[in-house]
Design a protein around this ligand. Structure first.
Ligand code: DP6
Length: 364
């Protein structure tokens, strides 16, 4: 960067975490604007273990927008990337390049091309919400690069939503609600934070990674098929989820684990039931997922009240919530005993949100 007329480049790097829904989003009422048929609630995961890191760069020397995902160049021509880039360019402001004092004028952003390089620290498209972290990170990084001033709960969340529905929830930490909204242009279909992570830091999250293979049916096409063919999905969106959202908000506010676990498990099971109710049926769970459900259900029944909750997205990986550190340590012990991890076993690895429970189990 330097003297007038010389090529220059500006770049920013950002990291955004993945999130896991405890009340699932499944089905759109508007495919283009990515507006959901029901509201959803999620927990944002620890970025140490599950996040996307994205570098965005702009330079007059770039001749087109380009994108690299995990080191491989992919097309940026898809509507989703184009929509996010267009909306961010429209909100760009004058940006001073610190090292040179040069100012990139607001109007210049519309003709400057962007290069994007994004990496996940977890398996892509294996049902661990990689698109959520990816688009949240892209929007966040572009906001830094282009001096976009909008806040993360408002317009930026709606722009991340244009990339992938669940991405709007990853711009916020802790417990997050994506309001389905009412407006036709989607301006009120945004995420808001229900509570900080520290509000309920007793909860321990353990993720059992079943497979790093790409899933067979993407969420996008799976939910399209469900909207088209599943009567259960319509019933779920209209009759079940609105009540669950209210109950879940209360459970989170009052840290009522029994209620949180009951709703989380029931909602995961109903989501997978709608997949089975889709024609042709979609199977995201496998035998291992079902064995794990059995283990948690038996444990909770014997304990008299829920100790652990499970939830599965569009893949067989399990995300479990333990009510506190002691239960988390016990859960990890039982998992390691019943499902020892290795590359050819049911679970290839476990990701633990809170490392301190490893000490109490003696696992290193
Ligand atoms: C099962 O957000 O990946 O994880 O909006 O088409 O990109 P698109 O779908 P996506 O769907 C996520 C579905 C889910 C449930 C959830 O995260 O709420």
């Amino acid at each position: 960067m330097g003297r007038e007329g010389e090529p220059w480049v500006v770049m920013k790097t950002a990291r955004a975490p993945s999130n896991i829904a405890v009340i699932k989003y499944w089905g759109k009422r508007d495919e283009k604007l990515i507006l959901p048929i029901n509201s959803s609630i999620s927990v944002t995961l620890d970025p140490e273990h599950l996040s996307a890191t994205t570098t965005v760069a702009a330079s007059p020397a770039f001749h087109s927008d380009r994108l690299w995902l995990n080191g491989k160049e992919v097309s940026v021509e898809g509507e989703r990337y184009k929509n996010c880039l267009r909306e961010m360019r429209a909100r760009a402001t004058d940006v001073e390049v610190e090292s040179t004092g040069r100012v990139i004028k607001k109007e210049e952003w519309s003709s400057l091309h962007i290069h994007i390089a994004s990496e996940n620290n977890f398996p892509t498209a294996a049902g661990l919400a990689s698109s959520a972290a990816g688009f949240a990170c892209l929007v966040y990084a572009l906001a830094q690069l282009m001096g976009v001033k909008e806040n993360y709960e408002g317009e930026l969340s709606a722009i991340a939503r244009l990339g992938s529905g669940s991405a709007c929830r990853s711009l916020l930490g802790g417990f997050v609600k994506w309001n389905m909204g009412q407006e036709a242009d989607g301006r009120d279909s945004i995420a808001t934070q229900l509570a900080e992570h520290s509000h309920w830091d007793d909860l321990v999250i353990i993720i059992a990674v079943v497979s790093s293979r790409q899933k067979e049916t993407s969420s996008t096409s799976g939910m399209q098929e469900s909207v088209r063919t599943s009567p259960l999905l319509k019933f779920r969106a209209e009759e079940v989820v609105p009540k669950r959202i209210e109950q879940m908000e209360k459970a989170i506010k009052s840290m009522d684990f029994a209620e949180f676990a009951k709703i989380t498990c029931a909602d995961s099971n109903q989501f997978h039931a709608t997949c089975l109710d889709t024609s042709p049926p979609i199977f995201y769970l496998n035998d291992t997922s079902r064995r794990l459900i059995g283990l948690v259900e038996r444990w909770n029944r014997h304990a008299g009240e829920p100790q652990v909750a499970y939830t599965f997205d569009a893949g067989p990986n399990a995300v479990m919530f333990a009510r506190n550190k002691e239960v988390g340590a016990e859960l990890l012990k039982r998992l390691l005993y019943q499902f020892p991890p290795s590359s050819d076993a049911d679970f290839s690895r476990y990701v633990i949100g809170d490392q301190s429970i490893l000490e109490s189990t003696g696992v290193t």
